[in-house]
Design a protein around this ligand. Sequence first.
Ligand SMILES: [Ca+2]
Length: 419
Amino acid sequence: STSWLLLAVALLPATVGVMGGGGCQVRLLSEASCKDGGECPYQLALPPLTLQLPKELHLLETTAKELQILRTTVDQLRNSCQACGPRADRSMQGDRAEVPGPDSEHGRQGPSVREMQAKMSRMSNSLRNARSQIGSLQGRLEELTLLNMENVEAMMNSKVQNLTGALKQLSYSCSSQCSAQASPQFLVAPRDCSDYNVPGKRNGLYRVTPDPRNGTFEVLCDMESYGGGWTVLQQRLDGSVSFNRTWDAYKHGFGNLRGEFWLGNDRIHLLTKAKDMVLRVELEDFEGVREYAKYERFYVADELLRYRLSVGGYSGTAGNALRFNKLYDHDQKSFTTPDKDNDMYPSGNCGAFYSSGWWFDACMAANLNGKYYNKPYKGVRNGIFWGTWHNMSNEYYPTNYRQSFKTVKMMIRPKNYTP
Ligand SMILES: [Ca+2]
């Protein structure tokens, strides 16, 4: 754009001059030089004009310059040739002191020829060099091509071989170490007591991880009764722990795992969610009668579903109190505590009325979290209750005392467990 601007500025005065007529000056050169015939010379002053010429003209200029130089050289050569003889003599006489030796004649006469010869030889040398360089470059190019096509393949093959070897070594060392160390128990954290049940295990406290996202906790394991592998959810032994507790207490569990306790609704949910579980209820009264109820299906939902109970598939000796009849059915019932009424009884809170947390209907045919009585009792039936106990039908008569239980135990085990 700069060159365009320069051109425009240079052309502008000319254009203006012609258009305006003021810039164009035509005048007589001189009156004195006018001839007698009246022919006076005129001087025409044109405004400066700059023209943009194609750049190839520069070559023309260069060529002209070179031509000029060549002409000068030729002239010089011609001159020196013409003055060959006399100049050589003069130079031999005059320059002897400074330019000694027999070559001085040639030194004066043919420097341009010798220079040109030297130049020629230098040029031919460099030409040879260039040619040999080109040759070597071509050779390298071919080598590189060969490297690309063949050597890379070989290199890759060797690398693949190395990797395969390393892989074999790794798999060998892994398999040999693993087989030496591992049994499945170390690979998967025990989810409930059944995962611990190898021969020689005894009743006690074990850590279980039913759901790795929800941590690990301790449980009481019954490893001896009925094939073992039982995770105990609840235990009543002596009445030392009150089961008249809040929603929060039943959620997190309470009591002592070595004595009386409720494991906690969150944990019961996790355990029954991890595997299909069987529930076994153990009951013993103060007359020494021991009976059990077993359910093939036992699941407790999470807190959002109010720990709803799913229970079914009864077998046993104590009777199916959890699913007594249509009016008293604990299956699919939410958990209720004295401070949280989720029961089916519209006029009040079964948990508050019977002093416990349980899956109350309206209200119950069973309540294993009732008050612990160490002997028959009267009044509200708020004790541990199993509605199908063998003597339940005549408990009111003639004494009107209510049945009490000495020990209660609720425990679960995977349905597919084999002792
Ligand atoms: Ca209610």
